[in-house]
Design a protein around this ligand. Structure first.
Ligand code: GLA
Length: 399
């Protein structure tokens, strides 16, 4: 990989001298969906799929970007002197937003850079390709310019950039999972105070399988922002009857006794999801610690139903992928993962059943939806890293 990136870098930028290679993972969320902007818990892990970069400083103030995933777009140029978001800047609005966010915090690079990216995360699949690019950009800025930021701050800067530069009012989960990943572990994160715990995911006879629906994302971002507003409105209504700061502070019982304060029925269901999903995430963490994968899987299934019926972020594509998965032998749990409105499912599947799972779910999906889904057995990877000199192939992560 390293060699390929350097060769491509040399082709695009005329020589690769002084360029270093970096990697940041994507993420998959095991459970705890739409809880991160409600002060609840999430349980994601970093993947070995992610984004690679080759980068080096320039002598002038230019920022020159190139993505091997969008070769047809070619080189995209901008400058440190003009960091405003522009529609025609396309994907480069992600790294630009991070540079802008660093500058807002008083960390302005004193020269431009050449940046070549290559992502192995399927695009727009809900596996956080954008958070991966954001955290990767921050990691590179730290390395090239020596800015004093921790990995956790890289996550916060990435989120800030997505909220204020790219216009998606996302929570902290994606950037946190990318910046703080640990090989073989899921991150149990309390988004109310950013305290976290790494929990080993020791699946002895099972595999994590991601199924990508290939549904075009369309209005996903605006619908996401809409759900967030609904939760905020529900919280304000609940605050009339109970002193809470977030939905994540409620247990199921307390929610049931005060839910009548939420006037509108749909909004009551949104809040119910946020409360119950947070509780499920806590139970799931406990089950994983006890190695009780059956209970963990059951909670994943419940999470999907809640996201389908109460939060309404699934749609026919995701419901098909997941309900077909539930029918298969050796499936311990399956649910939509990520923000929804398309994207991916995550399933825990017994190793000897994986082949049949992919074949059967794939066939049923194509028959019903009219196009194919893609399947990826995935491994849990580590945090962003700079790839050591001489390491030509292999698994990033660790470090
Ligand atoms: C997207 C957002 C996250 C989170 C999930 C839903 O991935 O970026 O902050 O809200 O959706 O759990």
């Amino acid at each position: 990989m390293k060699e390929r990136l350097l060769t491509e870098f040399a082709k695009v930028f005329g020589g690769s001298e002084g360029a270093a290679i970096y990697f940041a993972p994507g993420r998959v969320n095991l459970i705890g969906e739409h809880t991160d902007y409600n002060g609840g818990h999430v349980f994601p892990c970093a993947l070995t799929l992610g984004t690679y970069a080759a980068a080096r400083k320039r002598k002038d103030k230019k920022l020159v970007f190139y993505s091997l995933n969008f070769k047809e777009v070619g080189k995209v140029e901008s400058s440190l002197e003009d960091l405003t978001p522009k529609k025609e800047a396309g994907w480069t609005n992600y790294p630009k937003g991070v540079i802008w966010s660093f500058a807002k915090r008083g960390m302005k690079p004193d020269c431009g850079m050449d940046l070549l990216l290559y992502g192995t995360i399927p695009n727009g699949a809900g596996l956080s390709s954008s958070a991966s690019v954001e955290v990767l950009t921050g990691f590179i800025l730290r390395d090239l310019f020596g800015f004093p930021v921790s990995n956790q701050e890289l996550a916060l800067i990435g989120q800030y950039s997505e909220n204020h530069y790219n216009g998606v009012n996302c929570g902290i989960m994606d950037q946190f999972a990318v910046a703080m990943g640990k090989e073989g572990h899921a991150i149990f994160l309390d988004t109310s105070d950013l305290s976290y715990e790494y929990v080993p995911v020791s699946l002895e006879n099972e595999k994590l399988i991601i199924a990508c629906s290939n549904k075009k994302r369309g209005l996903a971002d605006s619908k996401y922002n809409e759900r967030r507003k609904e939760c905020e409105a529900a919280l304000r209504e609940l605050q009339q009857v109970i002193p809470i700061n977030s939905l994540g502070e409620l247990t199921e019982d307390v929610f049931e006794t005060c839910k009548a304060a939420i006037k509108e029925e749909a909004r009551r269901r949104r809040a119910k999801h946020a409360v119950y999903e947070n509780r499920r995430t806590i139970y799931a963490m406990d089950a994983l610690k006890r190695q009780d994968i059956r209970t963990f899987g059951r909670l994943m299934n419940e999470s999907h139903l809640s996201l389908a019926q109460d939060y309404e972020v699934t749609g026919v594509e995701m419901d098909t992928l997941v309900s077909e998965a539930w029918k298969q032998e050796g499936v311990l749990g399956s649910r939509i993962t990520g923000g929804g409105f398309g994207g991916c499912s995550i399933s825990i599947v017994r190793e000897d059943c994986v082949e049949a799972f992919i074949k059967n779910v794939g066939t049923a999906y194509e028959e019903k939806i009219g196009y194919e889904a893609d399947f990826y057995p995935v491994e849990i990877g580590g945090p962003p890293c700079i790839m050591p000199a001489g390491k030509l192939e292999g698994k990033p992560g660790g470090g």
